[in-house]
Design a protein around this ligand. Structure first.
Ligand code: TXA
Ligand code: MG
Length: 317
């Protein structure tokens, strides 16, 4: 696929049998389509087809060294793609389907496009807990590679409208099933025999991982090597972002939380799950406002707050 493929207009259709048929048809033809998961909307394509995976990179304008997450709808499909040790099995049992991605040794015979792993001996796998993505994988009968459905370097999409604003005219189809519920990209871990390395904080918290596994969770200080897609600018809006703001400067769009009131609030009652679900939509709104700067109220660095602050620090970088 070339850089500027001739595409029909991007069609947005609500989830249903007809929409699933269309989405599956595009995927069978090697084209990527946008589909919601419980975290963010993904841009999904057949993970076994290198042309299809290349089309994801082309639509996103993404550096091709970033490996992609492979989405499955069953443990059997997952086990066919990667080697699961006891720790990985335990985590899968506890957190799948759900917003946890595991980086595991790839089975070379699985037939995954090498572009998915971008040269690594491991593959990132997750089983999403969303009816649209699950139905689409089942209908296609193949694992689907899917990064977030936005232009590379932009804020992740939590609504079909966000996808349209970022990728409209570059992809054929968006499956719309309303706003996503978790709102932050999945937690990424690399399970090992005696510890779990956290490659990206997300909706599954360190506390939950430790409780289920009885193993220490190590936050990686070499994240740039472990998870190559974690570029600091990954979540950047187009404006300067000031964190830990208690009030707005005159030229700032303040995003509030708890007692700090802004133009909008991530959660007036200071609830972190509510704030995570609202975060990217708030950044999209702030980015689109007439004010030249964005400010964000302090978010506690605990539980889900770790993942929220991780995304905010990237947005401010
Ligand atoms: O919630 C999510 O995870 C969403 C939805 C669509 O599932 N997907 C998502 O994908 O956030 P993406 O491409 O934006 O982020 C994938 C991350 C990147 O940081 C990449 O470096 C990391 O996964 N990754 C993929 N394969 C890897 C591997 N083999 N080793 C280490 N990191 C890997
Ligand atoms: Mg992304």
């Amino acid at each position: 696929m070339s850089d500027s493929p001739p595409l029909p207009e991007t069609l947005v259709q609500p989830l249903g049998e007809a929409a699933l048929d269309q989405a599956a048809t595009w995927i069978a033809r090697g084209m990527p389509v946008a589909v919601p998961t419980e975290t963010v909307y993904g841009l999904a394509a057949d993970a076994l087809n290198s042309d299809a995976v290349a089309a994801i990179y082309a639509a996103k304008g993404r550096p091709s060294f970033n490996p992609l997450i492979v989405h499955v709808d069953s443990l059997a499909m997952a086990a066919g793609l990667a080697h699961f040790d006891a720790v990985a099995e335990k985590l899968a049992t506890a957190f799948w389907p759900g917003p946890l991605t595991m980086v595991l040794p790839v089975r070379q015979a699985a037939g995954l496009s090498p572009l998915v792993m971008a040269g690594l001996p491991t593959v990132a796998i997750r089983m999403p807990a969303h009816r649209a993505m699950q139905a689409l994988i089942a209908r296609c009968g193949v694992p689907l590679a899917a990064p977030s459905a936005n232009r590379s370097g932009a804020i992740s999409p939590t609504t079909a409208g966000h996808v349209m604003a970022s990728l409209g005219g570059r992809i054929p189809f968006i499956l719309d099933d309303g706003p996503t519920t978790a709102g932050l990209e999945s937690t990424i871990v690399a399970p090992e025999a005696d510890r779990i390395r956290l490659l990206r904080p997300g909706p599954v918290t360190i506390e939950a991982l430790e409780q289920v596994s009885d193993l220490p969770v190590l936050t990686s200080d070499t994240g740039s090597i472990e998870a190559p897609g974690q570029l600091t600018s990954h979540y950047a809006p187009g404006k300067p972002v000031r964190l830990h703001a208690m009030e707005a400067h005159p030229d700032e769009f303040l995003i509030g939380f708890g007692p700090v009131q802004g133009r909008i609030s991530l959660s007036e009652r200071g609830d972190l799950a509510e704030a995570a679900a609202a975060l990217f939509a708030a950044l999209h709104l702030a980015d689109a406002s007439a004010l030249p700067r964005i400010a964000v109220a302090p978010i506690p660095e605990e539980g889900l707050g770790l993942a929220i602050n991780d995304r905010l620090r990237r947005a401010a970088a």
